[in-house]
Design a protein around this ligand. Structure first.
Ligand code: HEC
Length: 121
């Protein structure tokens, strides 16, 4: 019957198109490492301090800030000494921290904060 073939074709076409749309919507969930947005404001007390205190639990906010600031390079954040100090500690480099709605690696967050002036914010 002609009508049946027509309906089958229509159904098939709809399935193929919606399948394609579904697959292309997966693009934004790819696991390619995202560069942290430079303008994302990072707060020392909200984003970084709890991370430091996770291991250095006896440090006050002032002490943690002084320790971090002394080992931060605001001109070349990636070369900050805080990274070489912890280079053998996997949990330092692999931990993810939430900043606003983003999940970034702890070193990325510290670098971002350093590039924003390493403020006691
Ligand atoms: C996963 C655990 C961990 C986290 C998180 C961590 N540290 Fe450390 N840190 C260590 C360990 C372990 C040492 C080595 C201790 C030692 O041998 O003196 C260390 C040593 C240091 C030292 C050198 C020793 C000293 O007391 O001056 C500094 C400075 C330091 N950490 C700062 C920080 C800061 C700032 C943060 C937050 C950005 C931080 N750490 C987060 C584990 C951690």
């Amino acid at each position: 019957m002609k009508c049946k073939t027509w309906i089958t074709r229509l159904v098939m076409a709809t399935l193929i198109i919606s399948g394609g749309l579904f697959l292309s919507s997966c693009e934004k969930y790819s696991w390619v490492k995202q560069e942290p947005p430079q303008e994302l404001p990072v707060s020392f007390s909200a984003n970084i301090l709890p991370f430091c205190q996770g291991c250095h639990s006896s440090w006050s906010a002032d002490r943690a800030y002084d320790k971090l600031y002394a080992n931060t390079d605001t001109v070349a954040p990636a070369s900050s000494r805080v990274f070489s100090i912890h280079s053998s500690i996997t949990a330092f480099g692999s931990q993810m921290l939430q900043v606003d709605t983003l999940l970034l690696s702890a070193p990325d967050v510290i670098e971002l904060w350093a590039s924003q002036g390493a403020k006691k914010n």
